[in-house]
Every structure is written in structure tokens, then in C-alpha cells.
Design a protein around this ligand. Structure first.
Ligand code: SAM
Length: 211
């Protein structure tokens, strides 16, 4: 199995429906974002552990979220939850600049190593901190992708979303959430729900609190 087999599977199952997103997935080898001992598993549609009780999401949900986000080449993007760096590299393939925040220092370090093998790495800025507060210095963002489950939509993320911008975010409990698509138009927020998802929790000021 290799990366193109995974992409073909995602196309066959209609998780990838656009040529541009297909090209992005072909340009980012998922094998570079999983641990050495799990490399054989990288090209299956499965979430995998990346250490520190965190996961790289299943490629099908990554494709769904990226499709819903509708990234344009001129977009400045904020990602909350760098994890392995896989999603950040895919977003960089589609947009202009990606700011990605991770709260676990060891994971950020691992992601920086992984991102060395990302063709689009010069478009990725990796940050350490509580992404539930967003990243005000570079706001507003045309697109915001949240890859951890929040109890509610963090207000700072709504503030930092550009006019005409779009955010995709799982909202719900520590274990199960609904995937929201948020749009800001004429300073108003419109919400649509894609369906049920299961992400690791967002931990932070506007996230869940670790017991
Ligand atoms: N996008 C990732 C990838 O491509 O591998 C997968 C992310 S994983 C499902 C969710 C990540 O969100 C974890 O690495 C977790 O540590 C991180 N996270 C949780 N709460 C956070 C917060 N408040 N700020 C930043 N990262 C957070």
C-alpha cells in the first residue's frame, strides 16, 4: 500500500469529490505523519495513535472537514490541534498560509519533524499554546479548522474569523460531538450541522477542563 492507494480509496468512497482536493492529498504522504512502527497502517482509513493520548484522525473525516472548509488559494487559515501536522500540510497545499496551534509541547516538536517532509512546509507556521483562544496577532482568518472537540464554539475563534469566513469545528462532549460549519456574513454567524463525529477533547480556557 502507498499514499495513492489511500487517495484512490477516498475518491472511490466519495470522501474526496474535487480534483483540487485529490491533488492536495496526493501531494501529502500520510506515511510521513505516523510513527515508524505504524507506517504499514498509514494508508488505511483508520485513526492512529500519535502518543500523549492523541490521534491522527481517519483520512475520511480529514477529507470531509477539508471539503466543508472550502479553502481558496488566497486563504489565511488557522488550525487548532496540530497533532501530527498532517492536516496542516494538507491545508497548506490548498491555501496561502497556515497557522497551526498545539498545546502539547512534545507533539508540536514531533509535528515540526514530520513537517520537514511536507512539500508545502514554508506556508506552515507552528505555534505552541492554548488554541481555544485562537491566535490574535494574525487575525482575522479566512478559514478556521478545529480538530479537537470543543464544549461550545470558543468566542475568540468567532471574533478572529474574517467577514465572509468559514469555520469547521466539532462541538459537544469530551467524547462525542456534532460537526458544525460556521459562516460569518454581515457580522452574523450562521451554523449548519454536518453530522456526528468523535474527536479528542479541546483542553483549554474555552475548551474542556481536565479533571
Ligand atoms: N490535526 C491533527 C493531525 O493532522 O494529526 C489531529 C489532531 S488530534 C485529533 C487533536 C489535537 O488537538 C491533539 O494533538 C491535541 O493535543 C490538540 N489540542 C487539544 N486541545 C487543544 C488546545 N486548546 N489548543 C491546541 N491544541 C489542542
Amino acid at each position: 500500500m502507498e499514499n495513492k492507494d489511500l487517495v484512490n480509496l477516498l475518491v472511490r468512497k466519495k470522501y474526496i469529490t474535487s480534483e483540487r482536493i485529490k491533488e492536495a492529498f496526493l501531494s501529502v504522504d500520510r506515511g510521513n505523519f505516523v510513527r515508524e512502527n505504524l507506517r504499514d497502517m498509514a494508508y488505511y482509513d483508520e485513526p492512529l495513535p500519535i502518543g500523549y493520548k492523541q490521534t491522527i484522525s481517519a483520512p475520511s473525516i480529514v477529507a470531509v472537514m477539508i471539503t466543508l472548509l472550502n479553502v481558496e488559494p488566497s486563504n489565511k487559515i488557522l488550525e487548532i490541534g496540530t497533532g501530527s501536522g498532517y492536516n496542516a500540510c494538507l491545508l497548506a497545499a490548498l491555501g496561502k498560509k497556515v497557522y497551526t496551534i498545539e498545546r502539547i509541547p512534545e507533539l508540536r516538536k514531533q509535528a515540526l519533524e514530520n513537517l520537514k517532509k511536507c512539500k508545502h512546509r514554508e506556508k506552515v507556521v507552528s505555534l505552541l499554546g492554548d488554541g481555544s483562544k485562537g491566535y490574535p496577532p494574525e487575525a482575522p482568518y479566512d478559514r478556521i479548522l478545529v480538530t479537537c472537540g470543543a464544549p461550545d464554539i470558543p468566542q475568540p475563534l468567532i471574533r478572529q474569523l474574517a467577514e465572509g469566513g468559514r469555520m469547521v469545528i466539532p462541538v459537544g462532549s469530551m467524547m462525542f460531538q456534532e460537526l458544525y460549519i460556521i459562516e460569518k456574513k454581515n457580522s452574523e454567524i450562521k451554523k449548519k450541522i454536518w453530522g456526528d463525529v468523535a474527536f479528542v477533547p479541546m483542553i483549554g480556557t474555552y475548551g474542556h477542563r481536565w479533571a
